[in-house]
Each structure stands twice: as C-alpha cells, then as structure tokens.
Ligand binder design. Structure first.
Ligand code: AP5
Ligand code: ZN
Length: 215
C-alpha cells in the first residue's frame, strides 16, 4: 500500500498507523516521530525543530521533504509500501511528494482523512502518554497501559510530549486548518481521497479505514 493519513493533532493517526503497518507489511513514516528522535539525539536539526514544535509551529517544507525523500529511497521496509503520518502537511509538501513518486512510477493510492471536531481533541491530547523510542501512544483514560506509566511491550517509561498542552494545541489546530486542510481538496481532485469519522472508538475507526481501502 502507498497511502497518507491526514488528520488534526489527536485524530488517531499514530494510533491507527501501526495496524496498517502490520496488515500491509509496509513502513510507517511519522515525521513527528522522526523529528522527536532528532530532538532526543540533540542534533542541530533537532535543536532547531524543538523550538518550533514546542510552540506548535511547522518545520520548513524543505527540511521535511528531504527527510521523507531520504526515507523513501533508503529505508528497505518502504519498498513494500508506506503509510505516511504527519506528511504532507502543506500543499508544497503534497506536490513534491507526487513529483517524487512519479519519478519512481509508484504513485499514491489512497489519502484517508480522519475527521473529528476540534472540541474532542483537547482531552485526547492532554491525556496522551507516549513511548518515545517506538512512538506508541496511550491515553490516561481512553487507552491506559497495562502498568501505570509503562510501555506494554518494553516496560520502559511513558512520557508526555512537550507540545501536548492546551496552548500549543491551539496553535497546532490553527495551523492544521490553515495549512494542512487544503491538501484534502488537493487529494479530492486527484480522486484518491476518502474520509471517515474519527470520533468513534479505535476499533470502529480501524474497520472504517479498511473499508476505505477496499478491504
Ligand atoms: P506530529 O507528531 O505529527 O503531531 P500531530 O500532527 O499534532 O499529531 P498527533 O501526533 O498529536 O496526533 P495523532 O493523530 O497521531 O494522535 P494519536 O493517534 O497519538 O507532529 C508534531 C510536530 O512536528 C508538528 O506540530 C510540527 O511542528 C512538526 N512536524 C511534523 N511533521 C511535519 C511536517 N510534515 N511539516 C512541518 N512540520 C512537521 O492519538 C492521540 C491520543 O488520543 C492518544 O492518547 C490516543 O490514545 C487517543 N486516541 C486515539 N484514537 C482514539 C479514539 N478513537 N478514541 C479515543 N481516544 C483515542
Ligand atoms: Zn502522531
């Protein structure tokens, strides 16, 4: 499969992507996770990105496009397909992605939009806990780990993301509506868009995603 997951912060992209990865043996490329890994390694890019991410801003198109280009051409897991999560996030990113994929004659097959009202996202974001190394996410109430504050698989500690507060969320949502939502129309025009109600419980959202993909 070659697809993108579109949706505002907290819509469930990172929750559903591992299901897709397993079902289709594809790679899961989450640009937010990639940036956070640069932050924890304290690379020059990471230090620059951290300031922007903590304020709920967007990292530059050039940086993000190069990051995805690199992964798609060098990550062997991606040869079988990919699930993009958090990319593209602007029209220029969407256009560059199409250009890139055209060159390899492997165009995108599906763009699935996780649709949900802003009001439902505050509790999802402020209650989220993540396992930094894998990107797995939990929720204090909606999806608690088996042992409090501990990753189910590795037993390592869970943390709260530094941009998971109401103030940064407001900015992230503003950017989503202004910069990212236009890519929905972009994919509607190319005919690969489908949208689902992401306010339902995770297992129902998953079933709906499969339906969108004709499964
Ligand atoms: P990124 O990490 O992509 O953050 P985001 O887009 O804000 O999305 P989230 O990760 O917050 O939401 P999600 O949809 O994955 O939610 P999740 O499944 O975890 O990006 C972070 C930052 O990096 C950006 O702000 C930007 O600065 C930068 N960046 C990244 N990519 C970029 C790009 N391409 N260009 C420029 N800058 C870029 O779910 C959330 C919570 O809800 C969890 O606790 C989960 O357990 C719970 N939950 C999930 N589904 C349900 C459900 N159905 N019912 C109840 N609870 C649920
Ligand atoms: Zn995510």
């Amino acid at each position: 499969i070659r697809m993108v997951l579109i949706g505002p912060p907290g819509a469930g992209k990172g929750t559903q992507a591992p299901n897709l990865k397993e079902k289709f043996c594809a790679c899961h490329l989450a640009t937010g996770d990639m940036l956070r890994s640069q932050v924890s390694k304290k690379t020059a890019l990471g230090l620059e990105a951290k300031k922007i991410m903590d304020q709920g801003g967007l990292v530059s198109d050039d940086i993000m496009i190069n990051m995805i280009k690199d992964e798609l051409s060098n990550n062997k897991e991606c040869s079988n397909g990919f699930i993009l999560d958090g990319f593209p996030r602007t029209i220029p990113q969407a256009e560059k992605l199409d250009e890139m994929l055209k060159l390899s004659e492997k165009p995108l097959q599906s763009a699935v939009e996780l649709k949900i009202d802003d009001e439902l996202l505050v509790s999802r974001i402020t209650g989220r806990l993540v396992h930094p190394a894998s990107g797995r996410s939990y929720h204090k109430i909606f999806n608690p780990p088996k042992v409090e504050l501990t990753d189910d698989i590795t037993g390592e500690p869970l943390v709260q993301r530094s941009d998971d507060n109401e103030e940064a969320l407001k900015k992230r949502l503003g950017n989503y509506h202004k910069q990212t939502e236009p890519i929905v129309d972009y994919y509607k025009k190319t005919g690969i868009w489908s949208g689902i109600d992401a306010s339902q419980k995770p297992s129902t959202v998953w079933k709906d995603i499969l339906k969108c993909l004709g499964q």
